[in-house]
Design a binder for this molecule. Structure first.
Ligand code: R5P
Length: 290
């Protein structure tokens, strides 16, 4: 029996491409808001005994989690065999410890909530900062995919003499892999986060890379402060305007405009979150895994 692929609002084009690629049926569903703000869900496809895939990237998660919960519960109540969530961007991964007393570890609470109504999760480059494995918090089977090969191919194809730059120690894990496959050198900077919207970056000597094209690579671009601070340093060092590559185009408030105005040559992201900077397509990465 063919699986059925459902899209949460905003994920239609990725869901359609995935359904075409894996020869699945496209699910029909009505999801809308009542005038009082509550969510209405009606599943029109016959889901009985079928494997169901829901596509929902989870940027801005608070608005999405309840419609997702209702859709999954409704599908299960109609007799589906299983519900797999494909969330190309997985949110609530960053508060993974108590930084100041009184805080909670929301990544754990969110994971436990998700694990209660989804049977399987597939995601791309989740922000596993202080954790080694996503199953330290999720209790359902999880598959993690990486966009690094796609980013390397993009760099090889379009960027001349790149020098890859990772903004913090943590980025070494993926920047080194991207650099190796792109056949390019890389350096890793040191970042101190001073607040939600404030970071400090320290720079090693990059004199020998003066004629290269700096390529900043990070998993998430959110306030873009990390990239903007790095761009400022590169300017002081008289480096060429950098290309900024992020896997997940979170871009809060007007951070995209701020980054564009900071003196970068290009901003490139993967379509894990729909955004005008999307240039690297992750459809086949997901389709192959399914
Ligand atoms: C942090 O550890 C991540 O890898 C990114 O560097 C961070 O999320 C970027 O955030 P922002 O764009 O707000 O500086």
């Amino acid at each position: 029996m063919k699986p059925i692929v459902f899209a949460l609002p905003g994920n239609e084009s990725l869901a359609k491409n995935i359904a075409i690629s894996i020869h699945a049926e496209e699910g029909e569903v009505i999801i809308r808001e009542f005038p009082d703000g509550e969510t209405y869900v009606r599943v029109l496809s016959d889901v009985k005994n079928k494997e169901i895939i829901i596509i929902s990237t989870l940027v801005d998660p608070n608005k999405k989690i309840l419609p997702l919960y209702f859709l999954s519960k409704t599908i299960k109540s109609l007799g589906a065999r299983s519900v797999c969530l494909i969330s190309p961007y997985l949110s609530y991964m960053r508060q993974d410890k108590v930084f100041i007393s009184g805080e909670g570890i929301t990544s754990e609470y969110f994971a436990s909530l998700m694990s209660s109504f989804i049977d399987k999760l597939i995601t791309i480059d989740p922000h596993l900062h202080r954790r080694n494995n996503i199953n330290e918090i999720y209790t359902i089977p999880c598959e993690i995919l990486h966009a690094s090969m796609l980013i390397s191919s993009y760099i090889r194809k379009y960027i001349k003499d790149p020098i890859l730059i990772g903004p913090d120690a943590e980025s070494k894990q993926w920047v080194s892999v991207v650099a190796e496959n792109a056949n390019a050198p890389f350096i890793i900077l040191e970042k101190i986060r001073l607040g939600d919207k404030n970071v400090n970056i320290s720079f090693p000597n990059i004199e020998e890379f003066k004629d290269h094209t700096p390529v900043l690579v990070d998993d998430i671009i959110s306030t873009a402060r990390t990239m903007i601070e790095t761009v400022k340093h590169l300017k002081k060092l008289n480096m060429k305007p950098p290309v900024c590559i992020g896997v997940h185009a979170v871009f809060s408030d007007n951070s995209y405009e701020n980054l564009k105005d900071s003196g970068v040559s290009q901003i490139i992201t993967c379509n894990t979150i729909e955004h005008e900077s999307n240039k690297i397509d992750i459809t086949e990465l997901i389709a192959k895994k399914i």
